[in-house]
Ligand binder design. Structure first.
Ligand code: SAH
Ligand code: SF4
Ligand code: F3S
Length: 464
């Protein structure tokens, strides 16, 4: 095997940060000769980048390892070796337990070890069982290569950029503070450099990532410290960067400067993911969310004043320990009050090591399931109304990739809806106006405007 012929297959589970991390792992391994491939069948190294957030997510890892074992055996039969690695949040949470349960796994390493990958893989190639779940003091971002061949190969109109990692909030249901460690903010200059490089490679839209992205407070280029609002202003100054987004925000960290950025920075898209989890004060306190229902509603009002057409998205957990029917109705009422354009909702899943898992009054699974159905019906209805409200308007769409049908392209509206439109592939990477003609449950369909449309432009106003 020559240095240039090694194939790397990465399968990503979980959140956008894992998507970003998978790219950075490929970056880190590129100098060692690894090239990413789309199938595990001929891979020399298989990395499963895992998620621990709910039980179902964590269990997927073991079924996936089972499948990969088959591939490893088949390749060994043909005289080729395959290394199987488990990375990400399950690796961080379970460590050596993974190798005990699935001895076929050669390497286990957590999210803070990615810059050490070439050395770890080298040790595994020499037959050592490698487990690395340390939280090192040094900042891993300093050690990850920037414009690697992987970056150049995968560059597209939209990109993720992690600016903050970890979480100090310790919501009682959540594993993230344990799997990702304490909150770390990258310095503004490093973020600006990475953003500039992405734009040079053709990126038009950057989504800033963090488990608690709006808690970002990084070193400012000229000394001192910036908050996210200030950073967004600075990024908006990069020529060719047309759109900015950020996710995921905690309601406690939406400061005045950030809210004002939604009014003042045209590149900042009018879409905000602002999880609330529950609409009931007693449950919010049990969850250690550190805000009340009224704080959230007031915040939503202020954000909507700053940017009247903003579309909101949220996360909800139903059936947290102690939640009764009246508490759940509070959540339904909050959803009716706010009106979401999109949302994610989950049955509470007790996670080992979190305070919620050992709380009294765990809610039976059937009750959790039944409440989830009711909440999801309401959220689906709101999303449908929001999408229908776009029909007949013209929206600027960043065209990202070819659609399923020949001659069709898919892009995103400012409100993050996928928009399908018949357009020439030469328009990929451009923001164009699209006349929205039809709405589906999760996406929109439109056409390019014709001259006769110019007489009657319809622009979106507030949706709710
Ligand atoms: N940092 C973000 C959320 C990260 S986890 C925030 O603070 O909002 C993504 C979502 O998964 C959470 O918002 C929550 O709705 C859900 N989630 C987290 N832990 C969960 C658990 N134990 N059971 C069910 N859903 C959970
Ligand atoms: Fe988890 Fe809460 Fe931190 Fe979000 S803020 S990552 S829900 S502990
Ligand atoms: Fe999952 Fe880890 Fe993201 S637990 S949601 S992959 S931070």
């Amino acid at each position: 095997m020559t240095a240039s012929s090694k194939k790397l297959f990465v399968k990503t589970f979980g959140c956008q940060m894992n998507v970003y991390d998978s790219g950075r792992m490929a970056d880190a391994l590129a100098p060692a000769g690894f090239v990413r491939t789309e199938t595990p069948d001929d891979a020399d190294l298989i990395i499963l980048n895992t998620c621990h957030i709910r039980e179902k997510a964590a269990e997927k890892v073991y079924s996936e390892v089972g499948r990969m074992r088959g591939i490893k055996q088949a390749r060994r039969g043909a005289g080729q070796e395959t290394l199987i690695a488990v990375a990400g949040c399950v690796a961080q949470a379970e460590g050596e337990e993974i190798v005990r349960r699935a001895p076929v796994v050669d390497l286990v390493f957590g999210p803070q070890a990615y810059h050490r990958l070439p050395a770890l893989v080298g040790r595994a190639q020499r037959g050592e069982a490698v487990v690395d779940t340390d939280f090192p003091a040094e900042d891993k971002f300093d050690h990850l290569p920037g414009a690697s061949p992987e970056r150049i190969r995968t560059a597209g109109p939209t990109a993720f950029l992690t600016i903050q990692e970890g979480c100090d909030k310790f919501c009682t249901f959540c594993v993230v503070p344990y799997t990702r460690g304490a909150e770390v903010s990258r310095p503004a200059a490093a973020i600006m450099d990475e953003a500039r490089r992405l734009v040079e490679l053709g990126t038009r839209e950057i989504t800033l990532l963090g488990q608690n992205v709006n808690a970002w407070h990084g070193a400012a280029p000229g000394g001192g410290e910036w908050g996210l609002g200030r950073l967004l202003h600075a990024l908006a100054g990069i020529d060719g960067l047309e759109r900015l987004r950020y996710t995921t925000s905690h309601p406690r960290d939406m400061d005045d400067e950030l809210i004002a950025a939604h009014r003042d920075v045209p590149q900042l898209m009018p879409f905000l993911h602002l999880p609330v989890q529950s609409g009931c004060d007693r449950v919010l306190a049990l969850m250690n969310r550190r805000h009340r229902r009224s704080d959230y509603l007031r915040l939503v009002d202020r954000i909507r004043k700053a940017r009247p057409d903003i579309a909101l998205s949220g996360d909800f957990i139903v059936g947290f320990p102690g939640e009764d029917e009246v508490d759940f109705e509070d959540t339904m009422e909050l959803v009716r009050d706010v009106g979401y354009a999109q949302a994610f909702s989950f049955k509470y899943s007790p996670r080992p090591g979190t305070p919620g898992a050992t709380m009294e009054d765990q809610v039976p699974d059937e009750v959790r399931g039944e409440r989830l159905n009711r909440l999801q019906a309401l959220l689906r209805h709101q999303q449908h109304n929001f999408n229908e409200g776009c029909v007949g308007t013209r929206l600027p769409v960043l065209l990202e990739r070819p659609g399923r049908k020949v001659g069709q392209l898919v892009g995103r509206s400012p409100y993050l809806q996928p928009v399908n439109v018949d357009a020439d592939a030469a328009l990929l990477g451009e923001v164009i106006e699209v006349v929205i003609e039809e709405a589906g449950p999760n996406s929109l369909f439109g056409r390019l405007p014709q001259v006769r449309d110019e007489a009657n432009p319809v622009v979106m106003e507030s949706r709710f």
